[in-house]
Design a binder for this molecule. Structure first.
Ligand SMILES: O=P(O)(O)OC[C@H]1O[C@](O)(CO)[C@@H](O)[C@@H]1O
Length: 458
């Protein structure tokens, strides 16, 4: 089978906006953009050639080590728990949600072929304690994922799990339960892994957390749960090859970046609503939110000039949020672009029994759940167009490892390219540092007070 990951980006409905000083983006306006895209694309390619866009080369990495370690975990453990936050959890969660049944953990081990999968991306004590109550530490593998190796939430989760496992099986045997995915050389978790003798997987040094889904961060848990990770990388590689062959104005991810950048700067569409019409792609949409928000929400451009830019990404799930958020999108401020995320064909479908009736139930005759969901998407798209509400759509032929790999690659490419258009650095996140500093300060101060109180009481 010849596989070409032609993800289609359809933005003809971006021109429906009849409100505001600039009307639509017609063919002429698009054509005028070509020289700009050519220019920016040239510098983008130069950055890649200099090794500054390392995430674009991830599709070509070797996977033997990841698969070998995954096989060991599959054979030995009943449960697999991933600990991480932000880019160290959203990608792995998105993969599971897209490629496995939502009831994966209810299947038998034979049906699953590997352990039950759990993902903790918060430090909510009720959630963590509840998981510890139902799992057996002697049958649980723990994958601690952190690029920096020093994220306080992940370190906190790790300490709790380390204590829980060591208490049951002892320190010596306990070491075999931990797999640390982190920076190849530095960081607290790297040091701990070395000292305790944990298995480790490397996140390439120049790849930041939110661009790391196609590193062992996403690939290892995927392989543990039996997903063909080579096929995921193949999808990304084929899309890369497709992109390298065409001029920038035929590259769908370049258009994705350009259209949203134009919508934000010229049309003041401050909000990008990503609306998947597939439960399997909700995790991808949530992963995208971090990618778009952390990469493009910046105060300064690369020269240090204050510009404060960034579109606010929001997830709305079709059809569910038609009955929750849609009213706002139809009649509220025209400050949004709705981007649908649709699949060509669903993996499974269920036909309706025919009911003869003049009530809405009779309308379902001859349809399936899948055709209903597709009709709902088309109807909402048409209703947005009718009321002059700009929207666009990304079409994924089907949800499988191949197209999922391509989809991640598409969004990462689009985001990095949008960063170039904005003239900002899409790979840093200086705005989150202040919060981290204060968390550390409060932990220190309140920790000292608590220690004093405890020793007074003794
Ligand atoms: O993988 P790490 O280093 O633990 O970071 C987790 C997340 O924290 C952030 O650095 C933001 O605080 C994200 O960019 C990152 O995905």
């Amino acid at each position: 089978m010849k596989r070409v990951p032609s993800l289609t980006f359809d933005f003809k409905n971006m021109m429906t906006d009849q409100i505001g000083p600039v009307h639509g983006m017609g063919e002429e306006e698009c054509a005028r953009a070509f020289p700009l895209l050519d220019d920016v694309y040239r510098t983008f390619r130069e950055s890649r050639n200099k090794g500054n866009l390392a995430f674009l080369d991830l599709p070509y990495q070797p996977t033997e080590k990841i698969k070998a370690l995954a096989k060991k975990v599959q054979g030995r453990f009943e449960n697999f728990v991933l600990l991480g936050i932000g880019g160290s959890a959203l990608g792995p969660i998105a993969i599971q949600q897209a490629l496995h049944s939502p009831y994966y953990n209810l299947l038998s081990k034979k049906e699953r072929g590997g352990p039950r999968m759990f993902f903790l991306d918060n430090v909510d004590p009720t959630e963590v304690a509840s998981l510890l109550e139902v799992l057996d530490p002697s049958k649980t593998a723990v994958n601690v994922v952190t690029k920096s190796g020093g994220t306080i939430e992940t370190l906190a989760q790790f300490l709790i799990f380390q204590k829980w496992i060591y208490k049951k099986v002892g320190k010596e045997k306990g070491a075999a339960h931990f797999i640390v995915t982190t920076d190849p050389k530095k960081g607290t978790l790297r040091e701990i892994a070395q000292k305790e003798g944990y298995a480790t997987l490397e996140i390439p040094e120049p790849v930041g957390g939110r661009f790391s889904v196609l590193t062992p961060v996403g690939l290892f848990p995927a392989a543990v749960s039996g997903i063909d990770i080579d096929l995921m990388l193949q999808g990304a590689a084929d899309l890369d090859q497709e992109f390298q062959k065409v001029p920038p104005h035929e590259n769908a991810a370049v258009w994705g970046a350009f259209v949203h950048h134009w919508a934000y700067l010229i049309k003041r569409r401050n909000i990008l609503v990503l609306m998947p019409y597939s439960e399997g792609l909700v995790g991808v949409a949530q992963w995208f939110v971090q990618l778009w928000a952390e990469s493009l929400g910046k105060e300064k451009d690369i020269s240090g000039k204050r510009i404060s830019v960034g579109q606010t990404p929001v997830v709305a799930v079709g059809a569910t949020d038609q009955h929750s958020q849609l009213q706002l999108y139809m009649e509220g401020p025209v400050d949004k672009t709705i981007q649908f995320l649709v699949v060509g064909s669903f993996g499974k479908d269920l036909p309706f029994p025919t009911v003869r009736s003049d009530t809405p139930i009779g309308l379902l005759a001859g349809h399936t759940l899948g055709s209903l969901l597709k009709i709902e998407q088309r109807a909402i798209e048409a209703s947005l167009v009718e009321s002059g509400r700009p929207n666009c759509k990304l079409i994924v032929p089907e949800i499988n490892p191949y197209y999922l790999g391509a989809l991640f690659y598409f969004f990462e490419f689009q985001t990095a390219f949008a960063g170039k258009l904005y003239g900002i650095n899409p790979f840093d996140q200086p705005g989150v540092e202040a919060g981290k500093r204060i968390i550390h300060k409060l932990l220190k101060e309140e920790g000292q007070n608590r220690t004093k109180e405890t020793s007074k009481r003794r």
